[in-house]
Design a protein around this ligand. Structure first.
Ligand code: HEM
Length: 481
């Protein structure tokens, strides 16, 4: 009877089955269930236990997040469970590697992500995709009064962009559905969804039976991975051949990795590329989709963004339709605050997990055992009164502005881009992309979001990234000049 009561750390622990009954009941609203539980806990940290020896801790406590991501980083690797579930899809790519395999990729990638040449390459790609594809599509939707799924369009935009960055290939997903690139994107999406679905099995590792028999979701996963690999392999093989013939002047990440390493296998290069595509694929589109929804119900915030854009255009002598430079994007402090505030409430990576290597005691005194999982919920942290105050559920970009400048929050209080040695490498590129898109779309169009009947806000989908279930259906109107 004792164990049926609410455990001191928030979750009900039933005999034998642990938190499984509540997990099954709340799986569809997992992040909110988690937020409610963590808010009730004295140190915003809760113990989670279900059959199959799944033990772990979920936290929304900045001190504990700092402990796992930085102070005791070595004790919290991705770990064998995470790596084995994503192995088929990601191999040993940076997203799915620990120790020396991770260090080697991180070193090359952090050097490259800090170069001006990569930033310029990314800026050119964004400007070209924006002005040649995204804006014309939205213009035509506005002129014909057609409903457009903004999330879908933004995902295609982000996918084209990250493929250019990763291996200088334009899949032209925003151009249409009939391209080989669009097939690659669909297969990539299926592979990402089905691989992440392996984490949600009520009985862990039961996916192995389906995998062995090659049936159901595992059969689909195998086919999707084969399509992704085939597409990537063709590009990589031709790039390696080209490298031996001529000096490579491509600016993309694949070329930079080939240039920096000797004797690197084609298979490993494929893993490198796939991890980068995964990392940069859905994150910016998810953030922008939630932002456009938030702004559609907050004309006051939208008006402030438009004022800021107008004053930047005035100072630089630009008009609507011109491409914003890097310096101009940097001066968009209020827009940056609006985007950061959107991601506080709707973080593109809502929850992130590590494996505890050796028994440890967390800063609040909670014990964690070897091989337990250790997760932090960025979703819950953005909604914690203990972190953001009484108005934590309110969308208020002003909380980011200090003396007219958008301030940086501690990554442990706001772990939307992770923190410590594995902090997101694409943070700056992501802001370039998000600000360019948001500025160009908002100054041209008014967006009216169409919600499903009987709902007052979009619902999220359970996947690696926090997407809107059913997309973001909207009508656009040209703004009057
Ligand atoms: C709003 C956009 C983005 C958000 C919120 C975001 C968030 C994150 C988070 C939470 C992680 C840690 C994941 C983990 O280790 O489990 C991460 C890692 C990473 N991100 Fe981003 N990301 C964004 C955009 C991008 C972009 C555009 C790129 C560029 C391709 C990128 C590249 C990476 C890479 C390479 C890592 C792995 C770093 C490592 O393990 O050392 N991200 N990101």
């Amino acid at each position: 009877r004792k164990s049926n009561k609410t455990a001191p750390h928030g979750n009900k622990l039933y005999p034998l089955v642990g938190t499984l009954p509540d997990f099954i009941l709340n799986r569809h609203r997992f992040y909110d269930w988690n937020t409610e539980t963590l808010a009730r806990c004295p140190t915003n940290t809760s113990v989670f236990r279900r059959p199959g020896k799944v033990h772990g801790i979920i936290t929304a406590n900045p001190q504990i997040v700092e402990h796992m991501l930085k102070t005791n980083f070595e004790n919290y690797p991705k770990g064998p469970r995470f790596i084995s579930l994503l192995q088929d899809f990601l191999g040993a790519g940076i997203f799915n590697a620990d120790d020396h395999l991770w260090i080697m990729q991180r070193k090359t990638a952090s050097y490259e992500f800090n170069t001006k040449s990569l930033r310029n390459f990314a800026m050119e790609n964004v400007a070209s995709e924006l002005h040649n594809r995204l804006l014309p599509i939205l213009k035509s939707a506005a002129e014909t009064n057609a409903t457009v799924d903004l999330q879908d369009v933004l995902e295609r935009f982000a996918f084209d962009n990250v493929c250019k960055l990763a291996f200088n290939t334009d899949p032209a997903c925003l151009g249409g559905d009939a391209t080989a690139g669009a097939e690659f994107m669909r297969a990539f999406e299926t592979a990402a969804n089905l691989s992440s679905g392996r984490f949600l099995y009520a009985v862990p590792r039961s996916y192995l039976i389906k995998k062995f028999l090659n049936i159901g979701s595992e059969k689909k996963l195998r086919e999707a991975i084969a399509t992704v690999h085939e597409f990537a392999d063709q590009i990589i093989v031709s790039r390696i051949e080209k490298r031996s013939e001529e000096l490579n002047e491509d600016e993309d990440l694949l070329s930079r990795f080939i240039d920096k390493s000797d004797n690197i296998s084609g298979e490993f290069l494929r893993d490198v590329v796939i991890s980068f595509i995964l990392a940069g694929r859905d994150t910016t589109s998810a953030a922008l989709s939630w932002l456009f929804w938030l702004l559609s119900s907050r004309p006051d915030v939208e008006a402030k963004i438009l004022n800021e854009l107008e004053s930047i255009r005035r100072e630089s002598g630009k008009s609507i339709g011109d491409v914003y430079s890097y310096e101009e994007l940097r001066r968009m402090h209020y827009l940056q605050a609006a985007i950061s505030e959107g991601m506080r409430l709707y973080p593109p990576v809502p929850i992130d997990t590590r494996n505890c290597k050796n028994d440890d005691v967390l800063p609040d005194g909670t014990m964690i055992g070897k091989d337990w999982f250790m997760s932090y919920s960025a979703y819950a942290m953005g909604r914690m009164e203990s972190i953001w105050g009484k108005d934590c559920l309110e969308y208020r970009p002003e909380r980011w502005i200090e003396k007219g400048v958008c301030k940086q929050e501690s990554p442990f209080k706001y772990p939307v881009f992770h923190g410590g040695p594995r902090i997101c490498l694409g943070r700056e590129l992501a802001y370039i992309q998000m600000k360019s898109v948001a500025a160009s779309v908002l100054e041209r169009f008014q967006i009216r979001v169409l919600l499903e009947k009987g709902t007052s806000s979009p619902q999220y989908l359970l996947s690696l990234t926090l997407k809107i279930n059913g997309g973001l259906q909207a009508k656009l109107n040209h703004r009057l000049p």
